[in-house]
Ligand binder design. Structure first.
Ligand SMILES: *[C@@H]1O[C@H](CO)[C@@H](O)[C@H](O)[C@H]1NC(C)=O
Ligand SMILES: *[C@@H]1O[C@H](CO)[C@@H](O)[C@H](O)[C@H]1NC(C)=O
Ligand SMILES: *[C@@H]1O[C@H](CO)[C@@H](O)[C@H](O)[C@H]1NC(C)=O
Ligand SMILES: *[C@@H]1O[C@H](CO)[C@@H](O)[C@H](O)[C@H]1NC(C)=O
Ligand SMILES: CC(=O)N[C@H]1CO[C@H](CO)[C@@H](O)[C@@H]1O
Length: 582
């Protein structure tokens, strides 16, 4: 089993599923040859080993699709789909048997149901998941793909304003002057962490559990973080709070561990309950602004209503210490809400399942994001009202519009239009999800040369995949509603284990690191443009990007620098390509 595949399991279950399935086609080539051109078959034979092929090539994905075409043709039962895909996984020894079964049990029915309901050809999924290029006329039913293309295109032109009763500000005594906004991102705590376990057990997202090995008391860089360490991290944050008083807490989601093959609805609900309770225990005197992560659902990443109403019900309960009745109502309806924090400052919390490329339900015509009067309409209405009331808005959410986050272009191009349309009232966007320390700059659709918005992507609290636990404080002017600076804090869990030193250190402050005049979107735009040509300047960004105790995994050559720089501007794949000049 290759490390690459295990990475795929952690990063994109749907990707892995497709990967697994195509394996059967390599071993039983007759089915393959019936469907594929001789060139493709040759290419596949040439690829030989999985890892050599990178994560998923177009050919591989199309092969996986062939298996599903078979299921569809013979109207296979869900049980058969699970069994066959599990067999494939086991035969190829891609994961341990319980992992194979767990993955297929969770994901194969989702793929199958979506194919049946959408009537999309299986191989179109490969295009939709950006594994294959969209080549015109390649497929007979290619036009099916365009069904969703008109989505959102006219939304911003139409007068959409609907009056709703004005909200009472949450804070009777508003903050003025400079304060600090804390962001907690990607906590992913493992309830089954056992000190002294094997951290490299070969079961993705579920090591450090077996009681035989050297996983440290406070955590291990190959595992998700134990709950007792999360509490200790919160204690350390409250120490920093004595110097830099925190006004608001933004908590951008992803509570469960990464054992996506061994989850269930009750366990997912419990994760959100436990993490919310812990945050409430430590930050009960603060205004806390939560948003939902892509790992909160079961299966992880997959979300559609009414099927996942249980998650919204759980959020309503877990978030009830922080939100009022009206706010909880929209949480229960769609997992989003808006809060007027104080006069003139509004927060909008987005449910980012609409942007998740691996939320296969987004392929359905009746996906949540395609239905009128759902989140996108709601968001536009809220922004229009905020504008009419002269409010500034902070948007908080989980999955940012960056290619590495695996987002769909439909949501992200609509989101980018919203950011542009309301650029004068959006004070900041705070997101997480990538576990990396990233910047995202939005530009105007007409010329892509003027900054319209700035999205800060904060690194994570969990240690899994070699990330140092970290948190961020945004220095915010509550009088002018501007982000003035931010402080990035990190700690090395190896030091905790070695000598009990849990002190967080300041990794950097943004303004000083980059020598910025201010943190306006335009200043970030200018800086990121310079990254293209100035490697010294870019390395300031790159050294903190992975937030790893071992430093970046490799030196960044010109190509790498170009890719990461275009990632900053790559809100959609079109913009990414445009930046790369392809
Ligand atoms: C597929 O099988 C299900 C039961 O397993 C049955 O209800 C359905 O009618 C079948 N569909 C077709 C098109 O044969
Ligand atoms: C899988 O989850 C169950 C609880 O649902 C737990 O008892 C079991 O230990 C987990 N397996 C692993 C390998 O972590
Ligand atoms: C603990 O860690 C902090 C931050 O890295 C460091 O400044 C300090 O010197 C350490 N203290 C001890 C006793 O090792
Ligand atoms: C690159 O950026 C560094 C750091 O800001 C600066 O000192 C240097 O002059 C820049 N180099 C060029 C060629 O612009
Ligand atoms: C989550 C959500 O808001 N769902 C709604 C989307 O819009 C349709 C039609 O207006 C409603 O029926 C859903 O309840």
């Amino acid at each position: 089993m290759s490390k690459m595949l295990r990475m795929a399991t952690l990063l994109g279950p749907a990707v892995l599923l497709l990967l697994l399935i195509l394996g059967s086609q390599i071993s039983s080539a007759h089915e393959t040859e019936r469907r594929l051109s001789p060139e493709s078959t040759e290419k596949l034979k040439a690829i030989g080993s999985w890892s050599a092929a990178g994560l998923v090539s177009c050919e591989m994905c199309e092969l996986a699709a062939v298996l599903f075409e078979g299921f569809l043709e013979r109207n296979a039962t869900t049980e058969e789909v699970i069994k066959t895909t599990t067999d494939v996984c086991n035969t190829l020894k891609i994961e341990q048997p319980e992992v194979c079964h767990g993955l297929m049990f969770a994901y194969a029915p989702v793929v199958y149901d979506v194919l049946i309901e959408s009537a999309l050809e299986p191989r179109m999924i490969c295009t939709k998941l950006k594994m294959c290029m969209a080549k015109e006329n390649t497929y007979e039913h290619f036009n099916q793909l365009d069904r969703m293309a008109s989505f959102g295109s006219n939304l911003l032109d139409k007068p959409n304003y609907k009056d709703v009763k004005p909200q009472e500000p949450r804070l009777k005594e508003p903050f003025t002057g400079v304060g600090y906004i804390l962001q907690l991102a990607d906590i992913h705590t493992d309830p089954y962490y056992v000190v002294g376990s094997n951290p490299d057990c070969g079961r993705p997202g579920a090591c450090c559990r077996d009681g035989t090995g050297d996983a440290g008391f406070y955590g291990d860089y190959l595992c998700d973080i134990p709950l007792h360490s999360v509490g200790l991290i919160f204690e350390q944050i409250l120490e920093v709070h004595k110097t830099y008083p925190i006004s608001l807490v933004v908590y951008t989601g992803d509570n469960p561990p990464h054992d996506i093959w061994n989850q269930s609805i009750p366990r997912q609900v419990e994760s959100t309950e436990v993490v919310s309770k812990l945050i409430n225990d430590y930050f009960h005197d603060f205004v806390v602004l939560p948003s939902v992560g892509n790992h909160e659902s079961w299966p992880s990443e997959e979300f559609i209503l009414p099927k996942n109403q249980w998650l919204l019900d759980a959020l309503e309960t877990s978030w009830s210490p922080w939100l009022d009745k009206a706010e909880l109502e929209t949480v229960k309806k769609g997992g989003y809400y808006t809060m007027l924090v104080q006069k003139g400052l509004r927060v909008v919390s987005i449910n980012s399942y609409d942007s998740d490329l691996f939320n296969l339900y987004n392929l359905l015509e009746h996906s949540n994001m395609n239905i009128k009067h759902n989140q996108s309409d709601w968001l536009i209405n809220v922004m229009e009202q905020a504008e009419a009331n002269s409010e500034k808005v902070i948007i908080v959410g989980h999955i940012p519009c960056t290619l590495k986050s695996s987002v769909n272009d439909h949501w992200c191009s609509l989101y980018a239009s919203i950011v542009e349309r309301f650029s004068t009232i959006i004070a900041a966007q705070f997101y997480g999800h990538t576990h990396k320390d990233q910047l995202v700059v939005f530009t105007d659709a007409a010329t892509n040369s003027k900054a319209t918005g700035m999205n800060y992507v904060s690194p994570c609290i969990t240690t899994l995949l070699k990330h140092m636990p970290s948190f961020r404080l945004y220095e915010y002017d509550f009088t002018t509603n501007e982000v003035l600076n931010y402080q990035q804090y990190v700690t090395d869990i190896r030091e905790w284990n070695a000598n009990g030193n849990m002190t967080f250190r300041l990794a950097y402050t943004a303004k000083e690191l980059y020598n910025l005049p201010d943190l306006s979107p335009q200043s970030w735009y200018n800086l990121a443009q310079e990254f293209k040509t100035n490697a010294t300047l870019f390395n300031n960004y790159y050294q903190f990007l992975y937030n790893s105790p071992y430093g970046p995994p490799h030196a960044c050559d010109d190509n790498c620098r170009k890719t990461w720089t275009c990632e900053i501007f790559g809100v959609t794949s079109q913009l990414f390509d445009k930046c790369l000049g392809v």
